[in-house]
Design a protein around this ligand. Structure first.
Ligand code: AMP
Ligand code: MG
Length: 455
């Protein structure tokens, strides 16, 4: 028997109010979610799945090999206990309040109650229109789905909080897309990713209820989030107080900060940090125009539609996360009615960012602290920015560099680091001297590190 191990417990549906309308057409929804069925597709075909995740959810080998699995993860078939729905949220897009957005191309199938991972929601991305699709089709193409599948899994294995991907499938349908935004729409292969997280709730979910002055819905959303996703704060909804809400906000800030520091560590640039793409549990979510830094450039963004203002550029992700948390604080304010505790938390954020960024960078450089050289990190960033340097290759080469043999007065280091540079013509004499001096400083810090470890 297939899927006998999969048990659903749809807490969100039980805790939050549903849209009474069940027909599928675009509309404003005043509740937390709408019931909606995935569109039927002609030829579901599984292309890839993540076995470790599948097993932890309770899918067996036989399940994964079955056509029924491909049917389920494209929305053609439901497992007993699934109750498909899309959620309602709003968001600030590029700094402007955009009103209701919602799951326009995402349909949640339900929450699997697992032993190892707690509750995990299965969500199909690209399974057809929902009440939140506005004028769009609710579909996804293979190209963007491969990007989401691969990147979310890569992020997971890089130790970064993220939604995961259970599967990538073809639907058998074609979807029209204007790949180069030049007015030439072409048919592309339609695909669905089944993504997985303990929560897909976004900052924008709270913002929308608050913007509509629906305090009852706002409270239900926060209460549900605390007892379901932050049980360490409180597990009993009837006991929730202002203090719990403040503690929760503090924890959301802390998780968001942790996530952003990880992004900076690996050179991940999200590209669309709108508040509707900010997960309330601090996971990387919505892999759209994201990119990875090649040439180390704090001004770089992978998002061509943001090329002018570069709001979501690499070096600004910390600041933007802070701005987004401000919007969340404003949204939940009516539940607390006191600005100071929220402001205090928000005011600490930049300093905490600085501290955690420094710690992460020290870890990257195998240092426990900067010892006496307080400008070591900022000078490194400047050097990496001044000539086109590949961030990842540079750190790999640095890790292998025989620092104890470094001699500031010769140029032997150049051959070692040459792969990191896009064009060695950019390395003028002055730069070489500065870089070589930096290596000497780094060698000294490592020496002090070793000494302090010997004591
Ligand atoms: P994004 O910036 O990609 O997170 O999308 C912003 C909003 O547009 C969200 O509400 C999405 O659900 C919606 N959206 C994006 N693409 C589509 C699509 N192809 N069909 C329906 N809604 C979409
Ligand atoms: Mg989104």
């Amino acid at each position: 028997m297939t899927f006998s191990q999969i048990k659903f417990d749809n807490r969100l549906l039980n805790n939050l109010p549903a849209d009474p309308e069940t027909d599928n057409f675009p509309r404003q929804v005043m509740q937390a979610y709408s019931f909606v069925f995935p569109a039927q597709v002609s030829k579901p075909k599984l292309l890839a799945s993540t076995e470790d995740l599948a097993h932890n959810l309770g899918f067996t080998e036989t399940d994964l090999d079955s056509q029924a699995f491909a049917n389920v993860v494209t929305g053609n078939q439901l497992i007993e206990g699934m109750q498909p729905y899309s959620t309602c949220y709003g968001g600030d897009q590029f700094g402007q309040w955009a009103g209701q957005l919602g799951d326009g191309r995402a349909i949640n199938l339900g929450e699997v109650a697992t032993q190892k991972l707690g509750h995990q929601t299965l969500q199909l991305k690209g399974a057809g229109p929902t009440p939140y699709s506005r004028t769009a089709d609710g579909l996804a193409v293979l190209r963007s789905s491969v990007r989401e599948f691969l990147c979310s899994e890569a992020m997971y294995y890089l130790g970064i909080p993220t939604t995961r991907a259970l599967s990538l499938s073809l639907t058998g349908e074609y979807v029209m897309r204007d790949m180069f935004y030049n007015g030439n729409a072409q048919p592309e292969l339609g695909a669905v990713v089944c993504r997985v997280s303990s929560s897909f709730t976004r900052f924008g979910s709270f913002q929308l209820a608050s913007s509509r002055k629906d305090l009852s819905l706002l409270k239900s959303l926060v209460d549900h989030c605390i007892v379901s996703d932050y049980p360490k704060i409180c597990t009993d909804k009837s006991k929730l107080s202002k203090q719990h809400y403040i503690a929760w906000f503090n924890e959301v800030c802390s998780r968001t900060l942790t996530m952003i520091i990880h992004w900076q560590r690996v050179g991940f640039v999200h590209g669309v940090m709108n508040t509707d793409n900010m997960s309330i549990i601090g996971e990387t979510i919505d892999y759209g125009p994201y990119g990875w830094v090649d040439d180390f450039d704090l001004n770089w963004t992978p998002n061509t539609t943001d090329a002018q203002h570069r709001r979501y550029r690499f070096g600004k992700q910390g600041e933007i996360s802070h701005w987004n948390l401000y919007q969340l604080a404003n949204a939940i304010f009516p539940l607390i009615n006191e600005a100071k505790p929220l402001e205090d938390i928000l005011n600490q954020y930049p300093e905490q960012y600085q501290q955690q960024w420094q710690q992460m960078m020290c870890d990257k450089l195998a240092l426990s602290s900067l010892h006496e050289d307080l400008a070591l990190l900022s000078d490194l960033e400047k050097l990496l920015s001044d000539v086109e340097t590949d961030m990842t290759v540079f750190y790999r080469r640095l890790a292998d560099y025989p620092l104890e043999q470094h001699d500031k007065n010769n140029t032997l280091w150049q051959a070692h680091f040459s792969e990191s540079y896009y064009s060695e013509d950019q390395l003028d004499e002055d730069y070489c001297l500065q870089f070589s001096t930096w290596l000497t400083r780094y060698a000294k810090a490592i020496e002090q590190e070793n000494k302090s470890q010997e004591i």
